[in-house]
Design a binder for this molecule. Structure first.
Ligand code: PLP
Length: 442
């Protein structure tokens, strides 16, 4: 989206001017939100304006801003110690969190956990472990994917060419189409599921013509494609992919950085697919905003020895305390079920809006990981990019925080515990913004 200063108050304006003078221009900013404080599913800017948060800090605040139980856990840990370095020493907070993650891992059998500080570090760890364990160096990724911005993860990221421009890939990745049945790019028999067509493409084109499967260490995939447009994989895709991996000794690596921690109604989105991954990347929603990420891998894959990977801050005790408390809140407060219930409520409302708003091309999602794709025409599916951008900008000006995804979609990812009146108020603002955008762009 093109950044506009509209919607910021006088204090916001002056902070943005100072920000532009002092901070890297590489940040791509959605709109002129300058945050002062936040609580639950509401945010206030430096000019005192209040917003309903339908984006949760890009799907990070799964239990809302400053959940009292998480805040108490962080404060308690701040009173004990802040850092010692998990790569060199031991502490209970990291162990307890790892045990909790083991208990909710979507794999049968033993697992082990590695901690870094972010999503991209989780992906780097997955790449390195897959290389280390298999002795292979090539990977398969998906068009539209977002896995991070450090050179290894960036080699997989394929959602916007600008993110890769001027950089050299660090890892050899072969990209194939994501199994997006709404916008298929591969031809196949009309009666065959698009999920099967994509796996056939990997096997019959990629493996036959340019890439020996025996060179492939892993396939990295988002179980719901996030930045790429909140795309749900076509039915039948994941079981076939798992089977393909098993046949060639390839590791199935799932990136649950955006889709995990209860967001889709299960702990992990891959659970909707009834397959088990070999390596799972987590970050974002785990830590409630404290920087933490990492991988859960099958224990037998963790063949790397001391020194082969590590991090000064990864799994730091304050972030670990925040993450453990976050997972406890999700469990105790039944937030996975609440994500399903609220997600259904929002999907029903959006599907009803479809009858009044011809620009809604598709409503999709799982739990509270919801995407809406906008089109100029439902038959041609011509992308309504300006219209989508206008909806997000106007929603912000009216008091609702949304963010885009894909070329012409937006996402709704409020905290899992958002209260029903706030959902209703947010949907009302969304429809007002959409009505204005349609009047202008359709
Ligand atoms: C699916 C996915 N993977 C990886 C990342 C990268 O995470 P981070 O920004 O913490 O490095 C993101 C961030 O948006 C993501 O959505």
């Amino acid at each position: 989206m093109k950044f506009s200063l509209d919607g910021a108050g006088p204090l916001g304006h002056s902070w943005i001017e100072r920000d532009i003078a002092s901070l890297s221009p590489s940040y791509s900013r959605e709109y002129a939100l300058v945050v002062d404080h936040a609580q639950g599913s509401e945010v206030w800017d430096v000019d005192g304006r209040r917003f309903i948060d339908f984006m949760a800090g890009v799907a990070v605040l799964n239990v809302g801003h400053r959940h009292p139980y998480v805040q108490a856990a962080v404060e308690e840990q701040l009173g004990k110690f802040w850092h010692i370095c998990l790569s060199d020493f031991f502490y209970p907070q990291a162990v307890t969190l790892a045990e909790k993650l083991q208990s909710i891992a979507p794999m049968d059998g033993a697992t082990q956990v590695y901690f870094g500080n972010s999503g991209t570090e989780a992906v780097e760890a997955a790449i390195k472990l897959a290389m280390y364990n298999t002795g292979r160096t090539r990977f398969i990724g998906f068009m539209g994917a977002f896995h991070g911005r450090t050179l290894g993860s960036l080699s997989f990221t394929a959602s916007k060419a600008v993110q890769r421009a001027n950089y050299m890939a660090g890892v050899k990745v072969y990209h194939v189409p994501y199994p997006n049945a709404y916008r298929p790019v591969l031809a196949g028999p009309p009666d065959e599921s698009y999920g099967h067509i994509v796996v056939d493409y990997i096997e019959e084109q990629l493996f036959r013509n340019i890439l020996s499967p025996t060179d492939v260490a892993g396939i990295l995939i988002e179980p719901v494609q996030g930045e790429g447009g909140y795309v749900i994989p076509a039915p039948g895709f994941f079981p076939r992919l798992r089977e393909l991996c098993d046949r060639y000794g390839i590791l199935l690596m799932v990136d649950e950085i955006q889709s995990g921690a209860g967001r889709t109604g299960h702990w992990w989105a891959v659970e909707h697919e009834n397959v088990q991954p070999d390596i799972l990347c987590f970050a974002k929603g785990i830590g409630s905003g404290m920087p933490i990420g990492g991988i859960i891998a099958r224990k037998e894959l963790m063949t790397w020895g001391p020194g082969s990977h590590g991090s000064t801050y990864g799994g730091n005790p304050v972030a670990a305390a925040s993450a453990l408390a976050t997972l406890e809140v999700i469990e105790r407060e039944g937030l996975r079920q609440q994500a399903i219930d609220s997600g259904e409520f929002i999907q029903d409302a959006l599907i009803e809006m479809e009858t009044r708003h011809p620009s809604i091309g598709q409503v999709r999602g799982r739990g509270l990981m919801l995407g809406i794709e906008f089109v100029k025409d439902r038959h041609t599916k011509e992308r309504a990019v300006d219209l989508r951008n206008h909806v997000i900008q106007r929603a912000f000006e009216m008091g609702l925080l949304l963010i885009p995804c894909g070329v012409n979609a937006l996402r709704m990812t409020p905290p899992l515990n958002i209260e029903r009146p706030l959902i209703e108020e947010g949907l009302h603002l969304f429809e007002q913004a959409l009505t204005e955008a349609e009047a202008r762009f359709l």
